[in-house]
Write a protein that binds this ligand. Structure first.
Ligand code: NAP
Length: 298
């Protein structure tokens, strides 16, 4: 239980409702910032304005999946007013407090370092990234279905990158009956992809490998699907780039060649906010509980 633990939830989307629900079930004391338009009434939860004094007794601050933008602004679909995290907010926190988010931009990293406040990026954790890859793969399949006039079954699919998202996506496509090629950068990934029944290749050979594909899914977060590669992709092909912004595709050149290419960020929050929220909620409550017991034992 999180009895006696004070948690401040600042901004977010539908995923945060699962997180708030879980904290409420675990008896935490929760204050919401940037939830003015939220209709749900969770028991024992209060709303407040984001002023430093309101954070003075907080043990854990929960930010949305993308913590802040490059200027400290925090998105909230539940509020029309601006939310901005500044040094004065962090300075008001007790020294043991930690900030939890999915991934932090440089602004947040620098702010936490300057104010000596711990920062936890949940998506850096393997377990969270692997669980999160499930709604991501389902979202990628949804985008593929919406943007093609063929079935995934029997299609020539390519997945670039064989990490946490790539493995799940390749297996999901294979389960739907696609022929799946996987672009890797290491012999151990090549071996594993081969063992799993995919057709692995090294991405240094990407140019030759793209010649007959229907669908290309990229998970490599650097420029990989260059103009030169796109020049060898059939016109019928669709590129779905899952890598974090700005993706790994030369979108300008794809458009010029008339090849459908799209960046598809934030799929878990779009296709399965409840599941994605639960993934965050479970990990957050475990981590906050661990922090609390460490403090008690010191
Ligand atoms: P990951 O586990 O690090 O996977 C990326 C993989 O790409 C790694 O295995 C990496 O190899 C490999 N790689 C890097 N450069 C390569 C190259 N030139 N050739 C072949 N492989 C290469 O990361 P992830 O968790 O799967 O996430 C992948 C991307 O998707 C990230 O940008 C993440 O932010 C994004 N993402 C997007 C969504 C969405 O909704 N669109 C959801 C989840 C994640 P090494 O192991 O050697 O580094």
């Amino acid at each position: 239980m999180l009895t006696g633990i004070q948690i401040s939830v600042i901004g977010g989307d539908a995923r945060q409702l699962e997180v708030i629900q879980r904290f409420s079930e675990l008896d935490a004391t929760v204050t919401l910032f940037g939830f003015d338009n939220l209709q749900n009434q969770f028991s024992g939860i209060t709303k407040a304005s984001l002023v430093p004094e309101a954070l003075q007794t907080t043990d854990a601050v929960i930010l949305p999946v993308v913590g802040t933008d490059d200027h400290g602004n925090i998105e909230s679909i539940f509020s029309s007013s601006e939310l901005r995290l500044l040094a004065e907010h962090l300075e008001a926190l007790p020294r043991h407090a930690k900030i939890y988010t999915g991934m932090a931009k440089m602004y947040l990293k620098k702010l936490c370092a300057a104010c000596s406040i711990g920062l936890v990026e949940l998506l850096e954790r393997d377990d969270v990234a692997i669980y999160n890859s499930i709604p991501t793969a389902e979202g990628a399949v949804m985008m593929a279905i919406q943007n093609t006039d063929i079935t995934i079954h029997g299609s020539q699919c390519m997945v670039l990158g064989f990490g946490r998202t790539g493995v799940t996506l390749a297996r999901t496509l294979q389960g739907l009956g696609a022929n799946v090629k996987v672009g890797v950068n290491r012999p151990e990934y090549f071996a594993r992809a081969w063992e799993m029944g995919f057709k692995p290749f090294y991405t240094k050979d990407l140019y030759e490998q793209v010649a007959n594909i229907d669908l290309l899914f990229n998970t490599i977060p650097s420029m990989i699907v260059t103009a030169q590669i796109i020049a060898n992709i059939p016109h019928r092909a669709v590129i779905i780039d899952l890598a974090s912004k700005p993706g790994g595709t030369d979108f300008r050149f794809a458009e010029k060649r008339g090849i459908k290419a799209m960046l598809a960020p934030g799929l878990p929050g779009i296709v399965a906010p409840k599941t994605a929220g639960r993934i965050m909620a479970e990990t957050l409550s475990t981590l906050i509980l661990e922090d609390a017991s460490t403090r008690r034992n010191v």
